[in-house]
Write a protein that binds this ligand. Structure first.
Ligand SMILES: CC(C)(COP(=O)(O)OP(=O)(O)OC[C@H]1O[C@@H](n2cnc3c(N)ncnc32)[C@H](O)[C@@H]1OP(=O)(O)O)[C@@H](O)C(=O)NCCC(=O)NCCS
Length: 116
């Protein structure tokens, strides 16, 4: 849960995607041991205040401590706010792909060990 001044305003969730999920998205080339993240700031008045990048930065620090090498997330290429927020948290374009549900998407990766 993402809290702002103690109020729940959104959530983050993360998982290791299965080979089947990566295949279905045409992303089988992603590094093994990647952690995939979903994020939502659901309260309108809390959008555009830097909460998303801050929450992602905290999660990346936790994942780094746990030894995770790469974290990634996907979003529609039309979601400029999300792409901007992810860039601010240190994610960079990995590649574009066609999601069966959302159409043209962009997958972005954060390199937590500076290996790339
Ligand atoms: C994507 C998301 C998590 C980003 O979090 P955030 O806390 O709003 O991120 P930021 O505050 O850094 O804003 C990112 C960009 O959104 C845009 N933005 C600013 N105010 C905004 C507003 N009121 N509403 C929408 N977008 C806004 C700006 O371009 C901003 O970039 P800038 O600060 O360089 O100008 C959040 O927008 C969100 O949950 N959106 C709805 C769900 C979604 O799209 N999730 C991602 C699906 S993959």
């Amino acid at each position: 849960m993402i809290l702002a001044d103690g109020k729940p305003v959104g959530y983050l969730c993360w998982q290791k995607p299965s080979e089947e999920e990566l295949d279905a998205a045409g992303l089988a080339c992603l590094p093994e041991c990647l952690v995939d993240i979903d994020i939502l700031v659901g309260e309108l008045e809390f959008l555009g205040r830097g909460i998303g990048p801050r929450a992602l930065t905290l999660l990346l620090a936790k994942l780094r401590e746990e030894g995770v090498a790469f974290a990634g997330l996907g979003t529609s290429i039309s979601n400029r706010a999300a792409i901007r927020a992810y860039e601010k948290a240190g994610f960079r374009l990995f590649r574009e792909f066609d999601d069966p549900e959302y159409g043209p998407c962009r997958y972005m990766i954060a390199d937590l060990r500076g290996a790339l």
